[in-house]
Design a protein around this ligand. Structure first.
Ligand code: GLN
Length: 302
């Protein structure tokens, strides 16, 4: 018999072991592939003990408060809420970032954006760098950590996202290096006298074509912010705006690095060339998908 999704066995006297097998079954029934591994991670977080300690102490009784917390987190994951929202964190470029439902979960392929900038820009660069659509702040904060003399401006339309990003910057003790701006692409910066002064602009813009949003896996389609995913009819609406607006802000030779979705790299590169940027190449991710398109602002642009 089940009471509120919890078996009587668990209510009677749950141990680490019974909780782990309950969690594994629950996640497995929800269609989650790595059910055992994810159940262990969730218990680690809910019980505040390492996976190894849990495994070595499978017979330990679990305190009622911890049991309730573990069941709550496991149940959230069983609705296909992303593991990162359930645990509240995601690692990016060696730092841990807080994530919740108002920010996109940082992806490993986005680390390539940082890599492309690091390859092109000296680490003692002292200019201004902009991150458009900062979300959790993962790009802005990583740039602040890598380029100690640079000033970072991070923009997002969502106030909730900026709150999360600010909190992440504080946790990494980089708050004084990043300015947070609420706005749409670069429009909010017009009064800031940054035209022609920016050395790097990065963005991981929304790039899922509107019609494909509902076909994404449930974790993404039902839980991640639409604002962070929806790239309009062909997925490249925000890229075009960034390409058009960024050229007024970049110094000559300044770097623009954009993440793109599968099959979009060539179109973005062509748009950059059409507008007068110097192409800087397409970087493929581990799956061989053209993922980061880089360009330099030419000297003689209109
Ligand atoms: N810059 C953040 C990231 O790359 C958010 C991107 C977005 O919301 N589209 O994770």
């Amino acid at each position: 018999m089940r009471i509120d999704g919890v078996t009587e066995e668990l209510l009677a006297g749950p141990t680490v072991g019974t909780l782990l097998s309950y969690g594994t079954r629950l996640l497995c029934d929800a269609g989650i592939e790595a059910a055992a591994r994810e159940a262990a991670w969730i218990l680690e977080s809910a019980l505040g003990r390492s996976a190894l300690t849990l495994r070595l102490n499978a017979c330990d009784l679990v305190h009622e408060r911890d049991r309730a917390r573990a069941v709550e987190l496991l149940t959230r994951r069983a609705t296909r809420e992303p593991l990162q929202y359930v645990l509240g964190t995601q690692e990016f470029c060696g730092r841990l970032f807080r994530v919740m439902s108002n920010v996109l979960i940082p992806r490993p392929e986005t680390e390539l954006l940082i890599d492309e900038v690091v390859r092109r820009v000296p680490t003692d660069q002292s200019g201004i760098m902009i991150d458009i659509g900062t979300g959790s702040g993962c790009l802005a904060i990583t740039l602040a950590g890598r380029f100690e003399n640079a000033r970072i401006v991070a923009i997002d339309m969502s106030r909730g996202a900026l709150d999360v990003a600010r909190c992440n910057a504080a946790e990494h003790e980089l708050s004084d290096r990043v300015d947070w701006v609420q706005g749409d692409v670069l429009s909010a910066l017009r009064q800031e006298r940054l035209m022609g002064k920016v050395c790097v602009i990065v963005a991981n813009p929304p790039y899922i074509p509107q019609g494909e949003l509902d076909r994404l896996q449930p974790e993404v389609a039902h839980y991640e912010p639409r604002l962070a995913l929806n790239g309009g009819p062909d997925g490249l609406g925000v890229h075009r705006r960034i390409i058009a607006e960024a050229k007024d802000y970049l110094v000559s030779g300044g770097v623009l690095a954009l993440e793109v979705g599968m099959g979009q790299a060539q179109a973005v590169q062509s748009e950059l060339e059409r507008v007068g940027y110097i192409p800087g190449g397409i970087r493929a991710d581990e799956a061989g998908i053209g993922r980061i398109v880089t360009a330099l602002r030419g000297a003689k642009q209109e």
